[in-house]
Design a protein around this ligand. Sequence first.
Ligand SMILES: [Zn+2]
Length: 232
Amino acid sequence: MTKTQNRLIEMLTENTGVHFLDSGMSNGRHWQQNQGHTLSEWQNRPSALLDTDYGTSVTLDVFGFLSDRLRLSEQAEQVQAQFSEFIDENNYSLWDCSAMEEFAQLVHEPSTLERTPEIVNTYNFENLLSQVLQFVEFEINGVQFVLLQIHGGADVRGGYTAPQVFEVLSEYWIYQSTEALISCADCGWYATLNGPDFYDPDGLQVETKFYELKACPECQSYKLTAEAPEAY
Ligand SMILES: [Zn+2]
């Protein structure tokens, strides 16, 4: 178990409360469902799940997805301490995302990441992640960071964790939240899912639309599985 994984588990089990708009049943909130897993259960979670019960869908496990792409480095911890000071000095709330954005803009020294840091909420675009993320990216001395909150509630308007700084290991990490590898256990067919479309190993678009996929296009087997994409 790495320090990054430990911190992610703390976030995923953090009591993010019960918001007044929260429509979750008594134990329906993500942070409640994430309670009580052993370390090996966390590490052995499948990276993705394929569900063909009600229209075909894939879910990427947010724990595995983030573990492979972010790191709680020493430098990230230093920036986290800076962020805590910033919150205290300005009497801001930790859960105010405009404070996250203001901090990111203050410390941002762009070299490769030119754009002005802005809050991104994954609820606002199509993706396969099992939980909603809210974050702002910035760069210091050529190192890319993310100040991240994970949504643990049942209603997207409330129920975020306290923000945590991580170093970003792969520049395109969030773009991979729309991707999955789909393969057939019987004939070895596989394709990369990106949005609603499939691409074969040569990068050519496969005719099948993902939501219409019920069986393997090659051998008609129902033994299809999904995996998270390799981090790049
Ligand atoms: Zn097959």
